[in-house]
Design a protein around this ligand. Structure first.
Ligand SMILES: [Fe+2]
Ligand SMILES: [Fe+2]
Length: 262
């Protein structure tokens, strides 16, 4: 049948599937890096203290993009163009979560609401990233080809999530609690729908590349829809809670480098 482990094993074992997987991941990471870089540059005077952490967040995501491209290179592969239906960050932006790219391209400083929108969007998407990387680390943390990359990215995504909790709690204490809760809820509901759509689109392509039977494809689609049903009913709540993390100031200091990758 299928499990996350067997699914990912199939992808790693097939050049075309691996190429698509790493290309999609690299694109999302690089996009996240760009967004964070722009946000760091546009923070208003009143929030300049956040700037080094946002910049570090961006530097980490850029590094993840380079790591995924390095994984491709090591196998002698080049990135493929990422189909629109699998472009998670773009689809989220279209749903109005986070900050619009138009806004980020301008030179106007961000307002308080923008900062809440950025942190809430990050709180939700970093939870997804951290959970996915934890799952990968559980099964592939010792894999000779991808293990090191998976462990490094997993560690970073957990830091990003901790940072979002800490900064949102700081803003909540400053009186923005209601706006934060409202924004988090909107982001979470949009994200679970985008995650479902992207999962369906990625798995449809993987199914074609890997020659899955119709029943296997149907089973995987049903699994994605069932998971969405769970997230729509209950699961989204895990993405909107705020708790002071054990790891404080997780993004204080410069990004760890990854010279073996890039
Ligand atoms: Fe990342
Ligand atoms: Fe991240």
């Amino acid at each position: 049948m299928f499990s996350a482990r067997s699914l990912f094993q199939e992808i790693v074992d097939n050049d075309a599937a691996y190429r698509l997987f790493c290309s999609i991941a690299a694109r999302g990471e690089t996009q996240g890096g760009w967004e964070n870089g722009r946000i760091a540059a546009l923070l208003p005077e009143s929030h300049r203290d956040l700037a080094p952490k946002v910049a570090r967040h961006g530097a980490d995501e850029d590094k993840h993009g380079r790591i995924f491209r390095a994984l491709l290179r090591r196998r002698g592969l080049t990135p493929v163009e990422v189909p629109e239906a699998t472009d998670y960050t773009m689809l989220l932006e279209r749903r109005g979560t986070g900050l619009a790219h138009n806004k980020l391209r301008r030179e106007e400083p961000l307002g308080e609401r923008d900062i809440i929108a950025y942190l809430a969007h990050s709180r939700v998407t970093e939870q997804r990233a951290a959970e996915q990387m934890l799952l990968l680390r559980k099964h592939f943390g010792d894999h000779p080809e991808v293990g090191r990359a998976v462990r490094m990215i997993c560690h970073d995504e957990e830091n990003h999530l901790a940072y979002c909790h800490e900064e949102l709690l700081r803003l909540a204490r400053a009186g923005h609690g209601r706006a934060i809760q409202r924004t988090l809820r909107q982001c979470a509901l949009a994200e679970i729908a985008v995650h479902r759509d992207v999962s369906l689109a990625v798995m449809a392509r993987m199914g074609r590349i890997l020659g899955w039977s119709r029943s296997r494809s149907t089973l995987i689609r049903a699994g994605i829809m069932a998971f969405y049903g769970y997230e729509r009913l209950f699961g989204w709540r895990r993405m909107v809670s705020l708790a002071m993390p054990a790891r404080r100031n997780a993004l204080g200091g410069p990004a760890a480098t990854a010279p073996e990758f890039a």
